[in-house]
Write a protein that binds this ligand. Structure first.
Ligand code: HEM
Length: 152
């Protein structure tokens, strides 16, 4: 394996680890731990945690896209295996869902917290939760498909 491919794969997997691992932490550890807090405490905390996490995901998305595109070219471009194309397709779908969370739903949480409109904020957080579950499932499926690309 060439050095460039090894480095790209390393960065690709680092990005995947940050993104998918962060979603596991948010969904299975943070969310249940905050459940009993009042909205006045919970929503500003969620806003500040998401604001930071989404920056990390944004960087991960760029790294995954660049390294994935590079790797795809190295592995045959349009002639690459269907598993690699499936990974790319699922990856782009996950990125679109993330974009919707970050640029459509998250601003609603921000505005609700600033205006102290707790029910609006709680609704938007519920939407983020559902979309994160979808992306988490897609992420795990994508990792499975990626490993299948090894030639099972
Ligand atoms: C944006 C689109 C993406 C493209 C174009 C892409 C492309 C690639 C390519 C060409 C490889 C190298 C395969 C090999 O070494 O045989 C790879 C590896 C991998 N990718 Fe992606 N990828 C993308 C997104 C993702 C996402 C979103 C995930 C997971 C959530 C992911 C998980 C993996 C894993 C786990 C490997 C290692 C597979 C292995 O070496 O067995 N990729 N990717």
């Amino acid at each position: 394996m060439g050095h460039a491919i090894a480095v790209a794969l390393f960065l690709h997997l680092l990005g995947v680890a940050v993104w998918v691992g962060g979603m596991i932490f948010a969904h299975f550890c943070l969310r249940p731990a905050l459940e009993d807090l009042s909205p006045q405490l919970r929503l500003p905390l969620i806003e500040s945690v998401f604001g930071r996490f989404f920056n990390w995901v944004g960087v991960s998305v760029i790294v995954i896209l660049l390294t994935g595109g590079f790797l795809l070219m190295q592995f045959g471009g349009e002639h690459a295996t269907w598993q690699l194309h499936a990974m790319a397709g699922l990856g782009v779908l996950m990125m679109l869902i993330f974009g919707h969370i970050r640029f459509a739903v998250f601003p609603r949480i921000r505005r609700a917290v600033q205006a102290q409109k707790w029910p609006d904020g709680a609704r938007a957080v519920g939407t983020v939760r559902r979309l994160v579950v979808i992306n988490l499932v897609l992420g795990i499926v994508t990792i499975g498909v990626a490993v299948l690309a090894r030639g099972f």
